[in-house]
Design a protein around this ligand. Structure first.
Ligand SMILES: [Zn+2]
Length: 278
Protein backbone atom coordinates (compact mmCIF):
# COMPACT_ATOMS: atom_id res chain seq x y z
CA UNK A 1 0.00 0.00 0.00
CA UNK A 2 2.70 2.51 0.99
CA UNK A 3 4.66 1.53 -2.14
CA UNK A 4 1.60 2.29 -4.30
CA UNK A 5 1.17 5.66 -2.57
CA UNK A 6 4.89 6.28 -3.08
CA UNK A 7 4.54 5.48 -6.77
CA UNK A 8 1.59 7.88 -7.04
CA UNK A 9 3.35 10.75 -5.21
CA UNK A 10 6.65 10.37 -7.03
CA UNK A 11 4.96 10.05 -10.43
CA UNK A 12 3.19 13.36 -9.79
CA UNK A 13 6.48 14.97 -8.67
CA UNK A 14 8.44 13.48 -11.58
CA UNK A 15 5.81 14.66 -14.08
CA UNK A 16 5.77 18.18 -12.55
CA UNK A 17 9.59 18.28 -12.64
CA UNK A 18 9.55 17.22 -16.30
CA UNK A 19 6.90 19.81 -17.20
CA UNK A 20 8.79 22.58 -15.36
CA UNK A 21 12.01 21.73 -17.19
CA UNK A 22 13.92 20.53 -14.12
CA UNK A 23 14.07 16.89 -15.27
CA UNK A 24 14.71 15.15 -18.59
CA UNK A 25 12.62 12.07 -19.58
CA UNK A 26 15.16 9.69 -18.02
CA UNK A 27 15.46 12.06 -15.05
CA UNK A 28 11.70 11.83 -14.49
CA UNK A 29 11.98 8.01 -14.56
CA UNK A 30 14.83 8.23 -12.02
CA UNK A 31 12.73 10.50 -9.80
CA UNK A 32 9.85 7.97 -9.89
CA UNK A 33 12.19 5.07 -8.93
CA UNK A 34 13.98 7.01 -6.17
CA UNK A 35 10.75 8.58 -4.88
CA UNK A 36 8.85 5.27 -4.80
CA UNK A 37 11.65 3.59 -2.84
CA UNK A 38 11.91 6.46 -0.35
CA UNK A 39 8.14 6.93 0.15
CA UNK A 40 7.39 3.21 0.04
CA UNK A 41 10.16 1.93 2.31
CA UNK A 42 11.07 5.05 4.31
CA UNK A 43 7.55 6.30 5.06
CA UNK A 44 5.89 9.65 4.52
CA UNK A 45 8.27 11.71 6.69
CA UNK A 46 11.22 10.49 4.60
CA UNK A 47 9.22 11.11 1.42
CA UNK A 48 8.40 14.68 2.44
CA UNK A 49 12.08 15.32 3.28
CA UNK A 50 12.86 14.25 -0.31
CA UNK A 51 10.19 16.62 -1.65
CA UNK A 52 11.66 19.46 0.51
CA UNK A 53 15.02 18.86 -1.21
CA UNK A 54 13.48 18.70 -4.67
CA UNK A 55 11.24 21.78 -4.38
CA UNK A 56 13.88 23.97 -2.66
CA UNK A 57 16.52 23.03 -5.26
CA UNK A 58 14.17 23.61 -8.19
CA UNK A 59 13.08 27.01 -6.84
CA UNK A 60 16.70 28.04 -6.25
CA UNK A 61 17.65 27.11 -9.81
CA UNK A 62 15.12 29.68 -11.09
CA UNK A 63 16.50 32.32 -8.66
CA UNK A 64 18.65 34.78 -10.68
CA UNK A 65 18.74 32.27 -13.52
CA UNK A 66 20.10 34.79 -16.04
CA UNK A 67 23.14 35.70 -13.95
CA UNK A 68 23.89 31.98 -13.53
CA UNK A 69 23.60 31.27 -17.26
CA UNK A 70 27.01 32.87 -17.85
CA UNK A 71 28.85 30.34 -15.72
CA UNK A 72 26.37 27.49 -16.09
CA UNK A 73 28.10 25.81 -19.03
CA UNK A 74 31.12 25.00 -16.93
CA UNK A 75 29.36 22.52 -14.67
CA UNK A 76 26.88 19.74 -15.20
CA UNK A 77 23.75 21.52 -13.98
CA UNK A 78 23.11 23.72 -17.00
CA UNK A 79 20.56 21.31 -18.38
CA UNK A 80 17.69 19.12 -17.20
CA UNK A 81 18.65 16.52 -14.62
CA UNK A 82 18.99 13.09 -16.22
CA UNK A 83 18.83 9.55 -14.84
CA UNK A 84 22.44 9.59 -13.62
CA UNK A 85 21.93 12.87 -11.78
CA UNK A 86 18.70 11.78 -10.08
CA UNK A 87 20.42 8.57 -8.90
CA UNK A 88 23.47 10.60 -7.81
CA UNK A 89 21.21 12.85 -5.74
CA UNK A 90 18.65 10.37 -4.37
CA UNK A 91 20.26 6.95 -4.86
CA UNK A 92 22.05 6.65 -1.52
CA UNK A 93 18.97 7.85 0.42
CA UNK A 94 16.78 5.35 -1.50
CA UNK A 95 19.15 2.43 -0.84
CA UNK A 96 19.33 3.39 2.85
CA UNK A 97 15.50 3.46 3.04
CA UNK A 98 15.32 -0.07 1.55
CA UNK A 99 18.11 -1.34 3.85
CA UNK A 100 16.22 0.14 6.83
CA UNK A 101 13.40 -2.33 6.15
CA UNK A 102 15.82 -5.28 5.86
CA UNK A 103 17.89 -4.28 8.95
CA UNK A 104 15.57 -2.16 11.12
CA UNK A 105 17.16 0.14 13.67
CA UNK A 106 18.01 3.72 14.46
CA UNK A 107 20.90 3.93 12.01
CA UNK A 108 18.97 4.08 8.75
CA UNK A 109 16.98 7.18 9.63
CA UNK A 110 20.15 9.15 10.47
CA UNK A 111 21.99 7.84 7.41
CA UNK A 112 18.99 8.81 5.27
CA UNK A 113 18.91 12.38 6.63
CA UNK A 114 22.71 12.70 6.33
CA UNK A 115 22.53 11.72 2.64
CA UNK A 116 19.55 14.03 1.94
CA UNK A 117 21.28 16.91 3.79
CA UNK A 118 24.42 16.40 1.68
CA UNK A 119 22.70 16.60 -1.69
CA UNK A 120 20.65 19.60 -0.50
CA UNK A 121 23.78 21.35 0.83
CA UNK A 122 25.60 20.63 -2.42
CA UNK A 123 22.76 21.99 -4.58
CA UNK A 124 22.20 25.09 -2.46
CA UNK A 125 25.94 25.88 -2.38
CA UNK A 126 26.16 25.58 -6.17
CA UNK A 127 23.11 27.80 -6.70
CA UNK A 128 24.37 30.55 -4.35
CA UNK A 129 28.10 30.06 -4.91
CA UNK A 130 27.96 30.94 -8.62
CA UNK A 131 26.37 34.29 -7.69
CA UNK A 132 29.25 35.19 -5.37
CA UNK A 133 30.96 38.50 -6.16
CA UNK A 134 34.26 37.06 -4.96
CA UNK A 135 35.99 34.41 -7.09
CA UNK A 136 36.11 30.93 -5.52
CA UNK A 137 39.23 29.43 -4.01
CA UNK A 138 40.27 25.80 -4.37
CA UNK A 139 39.41 23.87 -1.20
CA UNK A 140 42.81 22.12 -1.35
CA UNK A 141 45.34 24.91 -1.98
CA UNK A 142 43.34 28.11 -1.40
CA UNK A 143 44.36 29.35 -4.85
CA UNK A 144 41.87 31.60 -6.68
CA UNK A 145 39.98 29.85 -9.48
CA UNK A 146 37.16 30.73 -11.88
CA UNK A 147 33.43 30.40 -10.95
CA UNK A 148 31.93 26.98 -11.60
CA UNK A 149 35.23 25.08 -11.25
CA UNK A 150 34.95 21.77 -9.38
CA UNK A 151 36.52 22.06 -5.95
CA UNK A 152 36.24 25.84 -5.82
CA UNK A 153 34.49 27.20 -2.72
CA UNK A 154 33.20 30.64 -1.73
CA UNK A 155 32.00 32.00 1.60
CA UNK A 156 28.48 32.47 0.14
CA UNK A 157 28.44 28.90 -1.20
CA UNK A 158 29.70 27.43 2.07
CA UNK A 159 27.10 29.32 4.12
CA UNK A 160 24.44 28.15 1.66
CA UNK A 161 25.68 24.56 2.08
CA UNK A 162 25.23 24.82 5.83
CA UNK A 163 21.82 26.50 5.34
CA UNK A 164 20.63 23.71 3.01
CA UNK A 165 21.76 21.02 5.44
CA UNK A 166 20.12 22.76 8.42
CA UNK A 167 16.96 23.14 6.28
CA UNK A 168 16.74 19.33 5.91
CA UNK A 169 17.44 18.82 9.64
CA UNK A 170 14.75 21.36 10.58
CA UNK A 171 12.25 19.88 8.09
CA UNK A 172 12.80 16.38 9.47
CA UNK A 173 12.52 17.60 13.06
CA UNK A 174 9.23 19.42 12.34
CA UNK A 175 7.81 16.46 10.39
CA UNK A 176 8.73 14.05 13.17
CA UNK A 177 7.02 16.38 15.64
CA UNK A 178 3.91 16.36 13.46
CA UNK A 179 4.04 12.56 13.23
CA UNK A 180 4.25 12.37 17.01
CA UNK A 181 1.27 14.75 17.41
CA UNK A 182 -0.72 12.55 15.04
CA UNK A 183 0.03 9.63 17.34
CA UNK A 184 2.36 7.84 14.96
CA UNK A 185 5.34 5.85 16.16
CA UNK A 186 8.62 7.67 15.61
CA UNK A 187 11.24 5.79 13.60
CA UNK A 188 13.78 6.58 16.33
CA UNK A 189 13.79 8.56 19.61
CA UNK A 190 16.07 11.16 17.96
CA UNK A 191 13.09 13.01 16.55
CA UNK A 192 12.32 14.45 19.96
CA UNK A 193 15.72 16.06 20.32
CA UNK A 194 16.87 19.40 18.93
CA UNK A 195 20.46 18.15 18.39
CA UNK A 196 19.04 16.18 15.45
CA UNK A 197 19.00 19.47 13.50
CA UNK A 198 22.67 20.16 14.28
CA UNK A 199 23.82 16.62 13.55
CA UNK A 200 22.03 16.62 10.19
CA UNK A 201 23.28 20.16 9.47
CA UNK A 202 26.87 19.14 10.24
CA UNK A 203 26.54 15.96 8.15
CA UNK A 204 25.31 17.86 5.09
CA UNK A 205 28.05 20.47 5.41
CA UNK A 206 30.71 17.75 5.78
CA UNK A 207 29.32 15.88 2.76
CA UNK A 208 29.39 19.05 0.64
CA UNK A 209 33.02 19.69 1.62
CA UNK A 210 33.93 16.09 0.70
CA UNK A 211 32.27 16.75 -2.67
CA UNK A 212 34.42 19.87 -3.18
CA UNK A 213 37.59 18.10 -2.04
CA UNK A 214 37.13 15.21 -4.49
CA UNK A 215 36.14 17.77 -7.13
CA UNK A 216 39.50 19.51 -6.63
CA UNK A 217 41.58 16.32 -6.60
CA UNK A 218 40.44 13.08 -8.24
CA UNK A 219 37.30 13.98 -10.25
CA UNK A 220 37.73 13.60 -14.02
CA UNK A 221 38.07 16.90 -15.90
CA UNK A 222 37.87 17.53 -19.61
CA UNK A 223 38.76 20.39 -21.94
CA UNK A 224 36.50 21.66 -24.69
CA UNK A 225 38.70 22.75 -27.61
CA UNK A 226 35.79 24.51 -29.27
CA UNK A 227 35.07 26.87 -26.31
CA UNK A 228 38.56 26.75 -24.72
CA UNK A 229 37.06 25.84 -21.37
CA UNK A 230 37.55 23.23 -18.68
CA UNK A 231 34.44 21.15 -18.09
CA UNK A 232 33.17 18.16 -16.10
CA UNK A 233 31.38 16.89 -19.20
CA UNK A 234 32.69 14.33 -21.68
CA UNK A 235 30.28 15.91 -24.17
CA UNK A 236 30.12 19.68 -23.67
CA UNK A 237 26.41 20.58 -23.45
CA UNK A 238 26.99 24.34 -23.82
CA UNK A 239 28.15 24.06 -27.44
CA UNK A 240 25.86 21.31 -28.70
CA UNK A 241 27.48 18.24 -27.11
CA UNK A 242 30.97 18.67 -28.59
CA UNK A 243 33.29 15.81 -27.58
CA UNK A 244 35.89 17.05 -25.08
CA UNK A 245 39.34 15.69 -24.26
CA UNK A 246 40.59 14.29 -20.95
CA UNK A 247 42.98 16.53 -19.02
CA UNK A 248 43.18 15.20 -15.44
CA UNK A 249 41.62 13.13 -12.66
CA UNK A 250 40.51 9.51 -12.53
CA UNK A 251 38.78 8.64 -15.79
CA UNK A 252 35.90 6.73 -14.13
CA UNK A 253 35.24 9.34 -11.40
CA UNK A 254 32.60 11.59 -12.96
CA UNK A 255 30.46 14.22 -11.24
CA UNK A 256 27.57 11.81 -10.54
CA UNK A 257 29.89 9.36 -8.76
CA UNK A 258 31.42 12.19 -6.73
CA UNK A 259 27.91 13.19 -5.58
CA UNK A 260 27.19 9.57 -4.66
CA UNK A 261 30.42 9.22 -2.64
CA UNK A 262 29.83 12.51 -0.80
CA UNK A 263 26.26 11.36 0.10
CA UNK A 264 27.76 8.23 1.67
CA UNK A 265 30.21 10.46 3.60
CA UNK A 266 27.31 12.63 4.85
CA UNK A 267 25.31 9.53 5.83
CA UNK A 268 28.23 8.09 7.85
CA UNK A 269 28.85 11.49 9.49
CA UNK A 270 25.20 11.67 10.65
CA UNK A 271 25.29 8.17 12.17
CA UNK A 272 28.62 8.89 13.91
CA UNK A 273 27.46 12.35 15.06
CA UNK A 274 24.27 10.95 16.58
CA UNK A 275 26.22 8.23 18.42
CA UNK A 276 28.49 10.90 19.92
CA UNK A 277 26.00 13.71 20.60
CA UNK A 278 22.47 12.40 21.06
ZN1 LIG B 1 32.30 23.61 -25.70
Amino acid sequence: MSILLGLLFSSLTGFAGYKKGALSESGALGAVLVGTAIFGFGGWVAGLALIAFFISSSLLSFFKAEAKQKVAEKFDKGHRRDLGQTFANGGVAAIVAVLGVIWPGDWWWLAFLGAMATVTADTWSTEFGVLSKHPPRLITTGKLTSPGTSGGITLAGSLAAFGGAIFIGLTAWLLLGAQQLLGGALPVPYGRHLPLILVVGGAGFFGAMVDSFIGATWQVMYYCDSCHKETEQSLHHACGDTPTRFIRGLRWLNNDLVNLISSVAGALFAVAGALLLI
